[in-house]
Design a protein around this ligand. Sequence first.
Ligand code: HEM
Length: 173
Amino acid sequence: MDFVVLRLIHILGGAFWLGAAVTMFLFLQPTAQATAPEGQRFMLHLLRDRRFSEVVLAAALLTGVAGAILFWRDTNGLRLASITQPQILGFTIGGLAGGIALLLFLFVGYPAGRRMIAIGGKLEAERRPPNEDERRILAAAQSVLSRVGATVLVLLVIAAAAMATARYLPLVL
Ligand code: HEM
């Protein structure tokens, strides 16, 4: 029964995380950039007031933790022979891709987003354009976010595709 709940948390969390990443990086972010400065106000509201990043981060952490527990059980405590057997290989590949995506999001993408929100909020409150220093920090954070966003997206698609097909791998390997 516990594992049914874990699977449910894992799959619903993963579906939400992937959907949110696709929507953010392929649609919302380019739209906000194309419609600046109104688009930047929209992003500030979405990220700071609606706490979009925190909600997605919570879903990503739930997905990763539930997936790690399921993986531990499936591999009898990470035994090498189990990790590489055809029935598990898809989950191993997907788990690695999803795990790296989670670490990138947690330690690189999320902090870069927080730096942008802090400056964006200050500029909005003081009703002024960014100074030279702030412009530099914003540009650096934006460039980190674009690269991390694209990488996380690719890793999540690999994770979802590997896991969706994992049970059928023994038929082709
Ligand atoms: C973050 C790291 C991840 C780890 C460690 C992980 C691990 C696992 C494991 C061990 C299973 C097998 C569950 C079982 O035996 O009942 C599984 C299933 C599944 N995972 Fe993940 N996963 C991760 C990320 C993701 C992501 C990001 C998605 C989707 C976007 C996803 C979608 C799925 C689906 C749909 C299944 C069910 C596959 C089936 O039952 O045939 N996982 N995952």
